[in-house]
Design a protein around this ligand. Structure first.
Ligand code: ADP
Length: 441
């Protein structure tokens, strides 16, 4: 490039030196110089016009080869032509990539919807038309919340992060159950993936119904058996000696079965019934105090010490019987697994969230068990749990109840030192009310 430029400059210098010499020879140097300069200008104007015409022709669509040019103009024509060709090739390459991406998303069962920073629809694949009823081009730039109007979806969509997917019935077909997963990207844009999980949902419902129905059907016969066995136990004196031990064992086992069925029913109700919208508010102190009294009564023989620390101003909103069942499960577990004369503490603290902590100085749980502790029927020590009448369902119930209250269960434990079960609730569930005792004082 530089050599072209320098030889053009050299030629220009030579031309003007020649003209100056010629003008000096014939006695009209200024006139000859003017004529030469004008001719030079005309030449360049002509080349510019050729360039202009060529660019105009190219603008019409079909690429036209550049005009023939010499020297620096030849280089300019060829350079522009080369750049044009490269750009066209890059365009073709990108277009083929976009076409391939579109073809592959067309074949997908999963619906993909791209949303701009204003929640407007930018692009979607055909599966989105089938699952959500989107129409192209009518719905382009429409806000997604105008098309999927379910309040739960709007509430979910307006969150800033999406840890868990949302399950919802399709707005176009009530038989379709969809799972929405949203990911943030770019500058405020969002990508929404929607899966049809109707089949999975039906299977899950069948499983839940089955567990619920079986537990329900078994409840009456087992209650009758337990009742008779208890009567026989009360009347042990009149029974032959050799029946005493078998009946005692039968009574123990039928009591265990009754407990399992009760817990299975509770779990199945928690799974199948939607979280109640009619929630009440209860004073946390009085809820924990009732639980503490119950546990003290049930385990009075163990002479354990129970301490409760909770600000009486804290009120919690939720389904009270569910909250009672969850926290009482934790307190009863603490009392059940902690040795006689052990210490059990119930502590509520309000910070960024509300934490209700139930701690004990019992045997503790090995770190390897902690991640699986809330699974159904998971027991750390089978014999320890069955001896104490455990069902292995208690912590699964706690986890479900907390999830229905946007809460979380955190477990910390050390072998030989004790365990700490913390229920963490969002602050929005808490109300602070001045209590009478405080108002009086
Ligand atoms: P279970 O009805 O057997 O008590 P849970 O689901 O309530 O079932 O608890 C699961 C297991 O966790 C129990 O079997 C027990 O081994 C262990 N566990 C629960 N709470 C405590 C605790 N406070 N201290 C020691 N171990 C505990």
């Amino acid at each position: 490039m530089f050599s072209d430029w320098y030889s053009a400059l050299k030629r220009l210098a030579l031309l003007f030196t020649g003209l100056l010499f010629l003008g000096w020879l014939i006695g009209y140097p200024a006139l000859v110089m003017l004529g030469g300069t004008l001719t030079y200008l005309l030449y360049h104007l002509r080349q510019l016009r050729r360039l202009y015409n060529w660019l105009k022709e190219n603008d019409l669509g079909t690429p036209v080869p550049p005009p023939e040019g010499r020297g620096i103009w030849g280089y300019v024509f060829d350079g522009i032509y080369l750049l044009q060709r490269r750009e066209r090739e890059a365009q073709l390459h990108f277009r083929s990539i976009i076409e391939k991406a579109q073809e592959s998303t067309t074949a997908l069962e999963v619906a993909i919807v791209m949303l701009n920073a204003k929640s407007g629809l930018e692009w979607w694949n055909p599966a989105a038309e089938r699952l959500l009823g989107l129409q192209y081009p009518k719905d382009r730039k429409q806000a997604i919340t105008n098309l999927v109007r379910e309040p739960v979806f709007i509430e979910y969509f307006n969150r800033s992060h999406y840890e868990t997917p949302l399950k919802l019935t399709s707005p176009v077909d009530p038989d379709l159950i969809l799972e929405f997963q949203i990911t943030n990207f770019g500058a405020g844009e969002r990508l929404m993936l929607i899966r049809d999980i109707s089949q999975l949902h039906r299977l899950e419902m069948m499983r839940k119904d089955f567990v619920g129905n079986v537990s329900h059907e078994l409840r009456t016969p087992i209650t009758v058996i337990t009742g008779y066995l208890e009567t026989m136990m009360d009347d042990r004196g009149n029974l032959p000696q050799r029946w005493s031990r078998p009946i005692e064992q039968m009574a123990q086992q039928s009591q265990r079965m009754e407990n399992i069925i009760r817990d299975l029913l509770t779990l199945s109700q928690l799974e199948t019934r939607a979280a109640s919208r009619q929630q009440t508010t209860v004073q946390l102190h009085s809820l924990l105090s009732d639980i503490k009294q119950d546990a003290e009564q049930v385990f009075h023989e163990k002479r354990q010490s129970f301490t409760l620390t909770c600000d009486p101003e804290i009120y919690i909103r939720g389904n009270i019987s569910e909250l009672y069942s969850a926290m009482s499960n934790l307190v009863l577990n603490a009392a059940k697994y902690t040795q006689a004369e052990g210490e059990i503490k119930l502590t509520a603290t309000l910070g960024q969230s509300l934490q209700v902590c139930i701690s004990d100085n019992g045997p503790g749980i090995g770190a390897q068990h902690l991640p699986r502790l809330t699974e159904r029927f998971y027991r750390v020590d089978e014999s320890r749990s069955t001896d104490t009448g455990g069902t292995g369902l208690g912590l699964a119930i706690v986890k479900h109840v907390l999830a229905r209250h946007e809460g979380k269960l955190e477990i910390r434990s050390q072998i030989g030192k004790g365990s700490e079960f913390t229920c963490r609730f969002p602050k929005e569930r808490v109300e602070l009310r001045e209590t009478q005792q405080q108002a009086e004082s």
